[in-house]
Write a protein that binds this ligand. Structure first.
Ligand code: IMP
Ligand code: MG
Length: 172
């Protein structure tokens, strides 16, 4: 297993500041409920919301769609649901990577049934070429190629979440 640096912490920070400015501009002074998809988006969420001066609430959902490897199994299971009521609220789902789009589509449909006032999606990374379902992502940090990456909250078999930069994993 070899790691090759792909996106530096400075680049991540730059993109986060840009996204935060876009979000502040779109929501003016309205309250935003950020919904962090665990576990991969925890670091991104923590950094993003510190750049947003709106009134903010944060909650978490844990959905599993990957096993302990690099391939998806298609099935989405919710292992931890929200605790806040999102009815009539402006919510933004925060994801680490949108790949096939199956996970987000499932969660988006599930949350829309709870009648939020609005629902948008913000992802740090977008593997657009791998999309299998039609889903709009409103805020994108970086579009990336089809590499398996780790770091900055994102794991391979639960490892490497602590790294400050993002790396490509190469099997050797
Ligand atoms: P999707 O349902 O296929 O869009 O899968 C999205 C989820 O798969 C992300 O939230 C990640 O947890 C995981 N994932 C996708 N690509 C990668 C990767 O390159 N490294 C680590 N996890 C990934
Ligand atoms: Mg994830």
């Amino acid at each position: 297993m070899m790691l090759k640096k792909y996106i530096s912490r400075e680049e991540i920070e730059k993109n986060i500041k840009r996204l935060a400015a876009e979000i502040e501009n779109d929501y003016r002074d309205k309250e935003i409920i950020f919904i962090c998809l665990l576990k991969g988006a925890f670091m991104f969420t923590a950094d993003l919301i510190r750049h947003i001066n709106n009134p903010v609430k944060v909650d978490f959902i844990r959905a599993s769609s990957y096993g302990n490897g690099m391939v998806t199994c298609g099935q989405v299971i919710i292992t931890k649901d929200l605790e806040v009521d999102i009815t009539g609220k402006d919510i933004i789902i925060i994801e680490d990577i949108v790949d096939s789009g199956f996970t987000l589509k499932y969660i988006k449909d599930m949350l829309l049934k709870r009648n939020p006032k609005s629902l948008k999606i913000c992802t740090l990374l977008d593997k657009k070429a791998r999309r299998q379902v039609d889903i709009d992502v409103d805020y994108v940090g970086c579009e990336i190629e089809d590499f398996f990456i780790v770091g900055y909250g994102i794991d391979y078999a639960e490892n490497y979440r602590n790294l400050s930069d993002i790396y490509i994993v190469k099997e050797d």
